[in-house]
Design a protein around this ligand. Structure first.
Ligand code: ADP
Ligand code: MG
Length: 260
């Protein structure tokens, strides 16, 4: 959306990342950067490794080779077995709390109110004072358009409202970047739009985001940079106009004609 972000320092930098599950090599040497204020979208067929790559960013996954840096702080893998993680616990916490993830299946805690869901991590993980967190949480619920649902249980909300609550929950951590994994895929088409609106607002605020999405229009509208993952490798990447308007590889052309 802006070119200023091209010169900003990278918030997330992945270099030559390899990731296998047993004998299945899912990521075969992927490099990716999200600079401060940039929205990077990740597209590709089901099974191409998008979720795996996203989970690697905040160290939810262990890897075998490569490097992941958050704000210049790098975790490196080289010849590590899956039983050994090169990051220490403090580092893992630093990555997780600063890179907030929003999942396809909103994963709200069903035994907590919407407000409690949003407040939970800042209070228990970051140990922030509850009154402060509550004020912030209520503002965020207003921002995503469900301020009136603060006292409701997740089960009383529509899918679109639950996903917006999950976004408010991620924002309440005041993360450096947001990681979205197909945030609209589990929703009926008419409910997708309310979540799309929130994501567009966040992009308009130049928040750093990595967005995995099947919604090519959303990717085209909000991204500064689009990455097309194919069989564990980046097959093509570039600005959205180029990727969607003039794809260079046959693979991407095929993928787009099947999805758009
Ligand atoms: P995408 O999000 O692009 O659909 P994923 O990253 O979820 O792809 O999966 C990539 C590949 O890795 C798929 O073949 C999937 O079956 C496999 N995979 C994902 N998670 C696991 C896991 N925990 N254990 C074994 N295989 C997995
Ligand atoms: Mg996925």
């Amino acid at each position: 959306m802006t070119d200023d972000s091209q010169n900003a320092p990278p918030v997330i930098a992945i270099r030559d990342l390899h990731k296998s599950y047993g004998t299945l090599e899912v990521l075969k040497g992927v490099s990716l950067e999200a600079r401060r204020g940039q929205v990077v979208s990740l597209i590709g067929s089901s099974g191409s490794g998008k979720s795996t790559l996203l989970r690697c960013c905040n160290l939810l996954e262990n890897s075998q080779q490569g490097e992941i840096a958050f704000n210049g702080e790098a975790v490196r893998w080289k010849g590590h077995g899956l039983d050994r993680h090169p990051a220490d616990r403090a580092q893992v916490t630093r990555f997780r709390t600063n890179l907030s993830m929003v999942f396809q299946q909103f994963n709200l805690w069903s035994h907590m109110s919407v407000l409690q869901n949003v407040m939970e991590a800042p209070v228990t993980v970051l140990r922030e004072p509850a009154p402060e967190v509550e004020a912030r949480a209520r503002k965020l619920l207003d921002k995503v358009g469900i301020g009136d649902k603060a006292g409701a249980w997740p089960a009383q909300l529509s899918g679109g409202q639950q996903q917006r609550a999950a976004i408010a929950r991620a924002l309440c951590m005041q993360p450096t970047a947001l990681l979205f994994d197909e945030p609209t895929s589990a929703l009926d088409p008419e409910l997708q739009q309310e979540v799309v609106r929130v994501i567009k607002d966040l992009a308009g605020e130049h928040r750093t985001m990595i967005l995995v999405t099947h919604d090519m229009r959303l990717a085209q509208d909000v991204s500064d940079h689009v990455v097309f993952l194919h069989q564990g490798l980046i097959a093509e990447e570039g600005p959205p106009d180029q990727l969607f308007g003039a794809p260079k590889t046959e693979r991407l052309r095929q993928f787009l004609s099947a999805t758009m």
